[in-house]
Design a protein around this ligand. Structure first.
Ligand SMILES: [Mg+2]
Length: 273
C-alpha cells in the first residue's frame, strides 16, 4: 500500500516538473488550431460597415482642414514651400478587402498576396481624404506620399490613386519603400526643400522616428509625451486591422510566432479584471 502511494507521488512530481519545464521553455505555447485570421473578423467588419469608422475619418480630415486654414492664416508664405506628408494605406485608401480575403482563404499576410491585391487597383478612398488633399492643393500646399508599399508597386499604386483623383501623383511626390520601412530618411528628404506643416497616418511611425520599433509601453508613453501634436501637426486615421501596435507591440517585434502562439499571446495580453 505504502509503495503504491510512493509511486503515485513520484508520478505526480514528475508530471508537475514536465509541466513547469514546458511553461518555462515557452510561456506562449498553445496547441490551439484556429483559422489564422479569425481574430481580425470584427476589425474588418467594423472598418467596412460601421458608420463610426467613416465618422472618425471625417473627423480627422475636418480637423486637418481646420488646422490647415489656421496655418495658412499665420503663414506669410516666405521661405520654403508648404507641404503635407501623408501615408497611403488606411490613411488615404481602404485595403479592407485584402484583409477580408486573408480571412476567407485562411492565410496570413504575405508580400505576394499584398502585391496581388495592389495590382487590382481596387482600393477605395478613405472618407474625407480626397476632399482634404484637393483642398490643400487648391491652397498651394504640396502633398508628398511616403508609403511602405514596395518599390515594385509604384505603377499600380499611382494608378489606383490617380483613378480616385488624388493630386500630385508623380515621381517627385512619391516615396515608396526602397531600403528600409523606417520613414525618417524620406521625411528628411522632403523637409530639405519644403516646410512640412502636417503629417497624416494610421500608424505612429508615420509621424516621427521616435515611434519606430517600440514596445507597447514605450509607444503609449511617447503618445502621452507628444499629446499636443495630435490633431494639430499629426492627424491620425483609425486602423483596427493591422499596424505596429500589433507587430512591434503585441508580438514584440518577432515574426517567428506560430499562429497558435500568436493566439496565446493575444489572449494573454487581454486586460480583464
Ligand atoms: Mg498606413
Amino acid at each position: 500500500m505504502q509503495s503504491k502511494y510512493y509511486y503515485l507521488m513520484l508520478l505526480f512530481v514528475l508530471f508537475s516538473g514536465c509541466q513547469a519545464l514546458k511553461t518555462n521553455a515557452d510561456p506562449y505555447r498553445s496547441e490551439a488550431n484556429i483559422p489564422v485570421r479569425e481574430h481580425s473578423v470584427q476589425a474588418v467588419l467594423w472598418q467596412q460597415h460601421s458608420g463610426e469608422y467613416k465618422a472618425l475619418c471625417h473627423q480627422a480630415f475636418n480637423l486637418a482642414k481646420f488646422q490647415l486654414d489656421e496655418i495658412l492664416l499665420r503663414n506669410n508664405r516666405e521661405g520654403k514651400p508648404l507641404a503635407i506628408i501623408t501615408d497611403i494605406d488606411e490613411t488615404l485608401i481602404n485595403n479592407s478587402p485584402y484583409n477580408a480575403k486573408m480571412i476567407e482563404t485562411d492565410e496570413e499576410y504575405s508580400k505576394e498576396g499584398w502585391i496581388k491585391w495592389g495590382l487590382l487597383e481596387q482600393a477605395t478612398a478613405v472618407p474625407g481624404a480626397l476632399e482634404f488633399l484637393k483642398y490643400a492643393e487648391s491652397k498651394g500646399v504640396q502633398v508628398f506620399y511616403i508609403s511602405n508599399r514596395y518599390a515594385v508597386q509604384d505603377k499600380e499604386t499611382k494608378a489606383n490613386l490617380e483613378k480616385l483623383g488624388f493630386p500630385f501623383i508623380d515621381e517627385q511626390h512619391f516615396l515608396l519603400r526602397e531600403k528600409t520601412s523606417g520613414k525618417e530618411e524620406r521625411r528628411q528628404a522632403v523637409s530639405k526643400e519644403n516646410k512640412v506643416i502636417m503629417l497624416l497616418g494610421d500608424n505612429l511611425s508615420d509621424f516621427a522616428e521616435v515611434f519606430d520599433d517600440k514596445s507597447t509601453n514605450e509607444r503609449n508613453e511617447i503618445v502621452e509625451n507628444l499629446k499636443d501634436k495630435f490633431g494639430t501637426e499629426f492627424i491620425v486615421l483609425p486602423n483596427p486591422m493591422y499596424g505596429d501596435w500589433e507587430t512591434d507591440g503585441l508580438y514584440e517585434g518577432s515574426y517567428n510566432w506560430t499562429p497558435a502562439q500568436k493566439d496565446s499571446i493575444r489572449k494573454a495580453k487581454l486586460i480583464s479584471y
